[in-house]
Every structure is written in structure tokens, then in C-alpha cells.
Design a protein around this ligand. Structure first.
Ligand SMILES: [Zn+2]
Length: 107
């Protein structure tokens, strides 16, 4: 069975560690293999790009690098803080994620 990260693209998360600790943003990408997520406007790194042609100049790009999934927490709108997600099975059999503190549905 594949590892479930409990987090998915489009979730709003807060960075829990590192230089961008406290920053919030939407998840742009999830890399299940690396257990990393890319968070909008967080963990920018500089990448140097070589000029490849006269039309495309070289320079420094700022891009968002992946963050280990253990270093982000999903933000509960009700608690207004990063929380853990718990799975809950609804009466109709569908599975949703809820806040472990206040039971607000996170999906
Ligand atoms: Zn909550």
C-alpha cells in the first residue's frame, strides 16, 4: 500500500521548520517519491541559468524548491494554525480529512 501523506495539491500549509518557518502558502506540487511538497512562495532557491542562445539569456532564476512533507502542516481554517489531519469516514462511505483538534473538515 502506498504511503499516504495526508496532504495534497491545493492544500494551504504552514512551514514548520527552516528559513521560511511560519510562512503559509498553497501546495503547488506533491512528490510522493521524495515525500516533498512545493509550497507557493516558500523556500525559494536561486538557480543559475546559462545562456542557451542569443534569444535566451542567462541569469539567476528564483524558484520554489521542495520541502520535506514532515516540515509542513496543513492549516485548519477554524483553528488558524497548522494541525494534523485525521481520516474520517462519513455515513455515505466517503473518506474526508478532519482537523485533529476541532474536527473541522479540511477537504
Ligand atoms: Zn481545527
Amino acid at each position: 500500500m502506498a504511503a499516504r501523506l495526508g496532504i495534497k495539491k491545493g492544500d494551504v500549509v504552514q512551514v514548520l521548520a527552516g528559513k521560511d518557518k511560519g510562512k503559509r502558502g498553497k501546495i503547488l506540487r506533491v512528490d510522493l517519491g521524495k515525500r516533498a511538497v512545493t509550497v507557493e512562495r516558500a523556500n525559494f532557491v536561486q538557480r543559475h541559468r546559462k545562456p542557451t542562445s542569443a534569444q535566451r539569456q542567462g541569469g539567476i532564476l528564483e524558484i520554489e524548491a521542495g520541502i520535506d512533507v514532515s516540515n509542513v502542516g496543513i492549516v485548519c481554517k477554524s483553528c488558524d494554525r497548522p494541525v494534523r489531519a485525521r481520516a474520517k469516514i462519513l455515513e455515505n462511505g466517503s473518506k474526508v480529512r478532519v482537523c485533529h483538534r476541532c474536527a473541522e473538515v479540511l477537504d
